[in-house]
Ligand binder design. Structure first.
Ligand code: PA5
Length: 374
């Protein structure tokens, strides 16, 4: 069980109403996903992962936002063992970064997993064009097609149409699950399986959380809402494990995109301690008091645990509300539970702020403007 150390005032009737709304939302598919997993899809995923591992030294994962942060978070946190290494591309428009990724693949054997729910996002589309050309150059048209795995909408979008026409192996991002809630779908599961993450255990942790973590998620959501109402407008996720940096990035996307709309929400930021105590520590201790800190207290070694204790005391003394979230374990099961816990807490929290947790009009606005310019 995930421990959350706070005791907010919880309005049970309102919470029940919110839970019902989430359960009936057309984008609420993630709520039961770990319990209702399509086992046929899971088998197909694992077979694809084995094929990729057998024929590639690199899997290039092309995607941005919800189409890459979740699986990167877990792969980097767990550093599993696999002969096939993951390379990320298509998560910026930097030509320099793209060149770097192409150079890293070099002459090695590789496959490509292009991930885009809409199938029209510019960043992954441009990177895919380059890597597809590289595949064709190295293997010829036919083998190139067999090395491309497309994870996208079931029926529409440019990527879907191309995947069907070219016969790529296809995986579906379900209609009722948005990008930032999609890490446990094929979006995250295929790259994680290739990287050597035990995806069965991850799913097991998440499935247990469906029953066990509702109470803790409700508590955390109400606490951050209560703190937000007092004028603290920034939440700093603090972790003491450097390998969880991308988990923090995933959290920032999850909360930022779900909650930050209609002038509402708490701005999500993150730090990795003790590293950042030597850069942001001063501000945290003594700067403007508009922020609160959520410590994700992963099981850690003794010295690091002492730092956690010291920070908690010092920052509380410095006038920062400090919340503690203690995952049960630092492994696949632990992270599976943590993913579900945060997804649920985030959806409830956004509802408390009176906004829709599942749309992202701001991101779409940027995409439209960019399309006009390029
Ligand atoms: O969470 C979201 O919906 C977004 O961050 C998307 O994942 C991101 O914009 C990428 O979109 P797509 O998967 O359609 O390429």
């Amino acid at each position: 069980m995930i421990e959350v150390n706070c005791s907010p005032d919880i309005d049970l009737e309102r919470t029940k109403g919110i839970m019902t709304e989430i359960a009936h939302d057309t984008m609420g598919g993630w709520l039961w996903l770990p319990r209702k997993y399509d086992m046929g899809e899971l088998v197909r995923l694992k077979e694809a992962a084995k094929k990729i591992q057998a024929e590639s030294e690199y899997l290039v994962c092309i995607g941005i936002g919800g189409s890459y942060l979740g699986h990167r978070a877990i792969i980097e946190a767990l550093r599993p063992k696999s002969e096939t290494k993951i390379i990320y591309a298509g998560n910026s428009l930097s030509r320099r970064e793209l060149e770097r990724a192409l150079e890293k693949v070099g002459d090695h054997d590789f496959s490509v997993n292009v991930i885009s729910k809409s199938g029209t996002t510019l960043e992954p589309a441009l990177a895919f064009r380059e890597f597809k050309a590289k595949l064709i150059e190295k293997y010829g048209e036919e083998e190139a097609r067999s090395r491309i795995y497309a994870t996208t909408d079931a029926k529409k979008g440019a990527l879907h149409d191309e995947a069907v026409a070219s016969g790529y192996t296809r995986f579906v991002v379900p209609d009722n699950i948005g990008g930032r809630y999609s890490v446990l779908t094929a979006v995250g599961m295929l790259p994680m399986a290739v990287a050597g993450v035990d995806i069965d255990k991850l799913l097991e942790g998440a499935a247990e959380a469906v029953e066990e973590e509702v109470g803790s998620a409700v508590k955390y959501a109400w606490m951050r809402y209560e703190i937000g109402q007092k004028g603290y407008d920034t939440e700093v996720f603090a972790s003491f494990e450097p390998a969880t940096m991308y988990f923090n990035e995933w959290l920032k996307q999850l909360f930022g995109e779900s909650e930050g709309k209609n002038g509402q929400g708490i701005f999500p930021a993150s730090v990795i301690y003790s590293t950042d105590l030597h850069s942001l520590g001063q501000f945290m201790q003594d700067g403007r008091r508009n922020l609160f800190e959520t410590i994700i207290d992963y099981p850690t070694d003794e010295t690091n645990a002492k730092v956690v204790q010291a920070v908690r005391i010092a920052h509380t003394d410095g006038g920062i509300p400090v919340l503690d979230i203690k995952p049960e374990s630092y492994d696949e099961k632990g992270f599976g539970a943590l993913i579900y816990f945060f997804e649920l807490a985030c959806a409830i929290s956004a509802k408390l702020f009176g906004v829709n947790p599942f749309d992202q009009p701001g991101v779409e606005a940027y995409k439209e403007e960019l399309k006009k310019l390029i």
